[in-house]
Design a protein around this ligand. Structure first.
Ligand code: FES
Length: 374
């Protein structure tokens, strides 16, 4: 045995089934683990006051009832506050200054209502409800063969006695009625998912008006400063400047103005033409612009916030919502953040009077990468 064993103590080699004392020096194990651990069983059940004394039980009953009563009063207070207290009435409350009396009473009423039920239920369970541990043995979940056969027989008997099996017309119409019965529920569910995909994000004010043939006939609209609503010339756009642009005529709309504005808004920037990257995308961005001036949709392709920052040195556009960053020198490719697509570019040119115009509408849907893009 260990030499560290205190004198007088004769530790026994643990058998694995008894607890081992650790306050008597080292313990030398037998080198194996027991085959089975003994079931420690449940601790002995201790009777509570309310189990032993009827008076204590009555007292507990009264305490629970008081808590439920508190809940009832809380609910009444809530209803009174809701229907009878003027929402404009203010009251001074320590530490919070003035607040609406109605809000205060609604909050207190709801708090007491829920708290009373919660505390009452817990107190009831701890003092009066049975607290003995009960074990329910597991049994096979599968029904016996006899029960299963009994179920089948019952169903067949039911089908036979209702004559469903002998009358196919009844069977078909009953099945159809029951199947169709679920349709209104499914339709409501489907209807509440929102509008079906359309081309809302593919068509903007830059597409022009819809003709009688159902097609859009783009006009080469001028780029107008927003909100001044004045046309802009290339000479106005110096290197490093950014203009907020709307299509000519949009601000005169009377219907759906905000929606159309948000879809059509464009950022106009001028770069040194040598700043564009010598990649396919960079070359395309330069070609769709005019002397280094480029126009891109202002609607972020992540979830549609307005792109709000332009960093002149790096030529990056940044969306403040989730920090998506677009590289203007490479066709507004996403260089950082959650956006899934580059910002769509508006191809621009100059009209006979020297004003910037859109050569064509956006060639892809603007805005978020939702299913409507498809
Ligand atoms: S909306 Fe622009 S990054 Fe999320």
């Amino acid at each position: 045995m260990s030499e560290h064993t205190p004198t007088g103590a004769q530790p026994q080699e643990p058998t694995g089934s008894e607890p081992v004392r650790l306050d008597q020096g080292h313990v030398q194990g037998s080198g194996g683990i027991p085959e089975r651990f003994a079931n420690p069983g449940l601790p002995p059940h201790v009777l509570r006051n309310a189990d032993l004394d009827e008076k204590a039980a009555k007292r507990a009953e009264r305490q629970v009832a008081i808590l439920f009563l508190l809940s009832i009063l809380g609910t009444v207070l809530f209803l009174v506050a809701y229907f009878m207290v003027d929402v404009q009435t203010q009251v001074w409350v320590p530490f919070t200054n003035e607040m609406s009396l109605s809000n205060l009473l609604l909050g207190l009423g709801l708090a007491f209502s829920l708290l009373g039920i919660g505390l009452g239920a817990v107190h009831w369970a701890k003092t009066l409800m049975p607290d003995t541990e009960i074990v329910e043995m597991r049994h096979p979940l599968r029904s016996s063969d006899a029960d299963r056969q009994g179920f089948v027989d019952t169903m067949l008997d039911g089908g036979e006695s209702s004559q469903l099996t002998r009358r196919p017309l009844l069977k078909a119409t009953f099945g159809a009625a029951m199947g169709l019965f679920a349709l209104p529920l499914l339709i409501q569910l489907g209807g509440s998912l929102g509008p079906l995909p359309r081309n809302d994000l593919s068509v903007t004010f830059w597409n022009g008006e819809k003709g009688k043939d159902g097609k859009y006939h783009p006009k080469k609209l001028r780029l107008h400063r927003d909100p001044e609503d004045t046309p802009i010339k290339p000479s106005d756009v110096t290197i490093g400047s950014v203009y907020h642009i709307q299509p000519e005529g949009l601000l005169e709309l009377s219907d759906d103005l905000l929606n159309e504005m948000s879809k059509a808004s464009v950022l106009l920037m001028r770069l040194d033409p040598t700043d564009f990257q010598e990649t396919d995308k960079g070359r395309k961005a330069r070609e769709w612009g005019y002397q280094g001036i480029v126009a891109y949709s202002k609607v972020c392709t992540h979830v549609g916030c307005p792109v709000g920052l332009y960093e002149q040195t790096t030529h990056h556009l940044l969306c403040p919502c989730h920090q998506s960053t677009f590289d203007v020198t490479n066709d507004c490719e996403v260089v950082f953040g959650p956006a899934g697509h580059p910002l769509p570019q508006l191809k621009i040119a100059v009209d006979s009077e020297g004003y910037l115009i859109a050569e064509q509408p956006f060639q892809e849907p603007v805005g978020p990468s939702f299913w409507e893009r498809g």
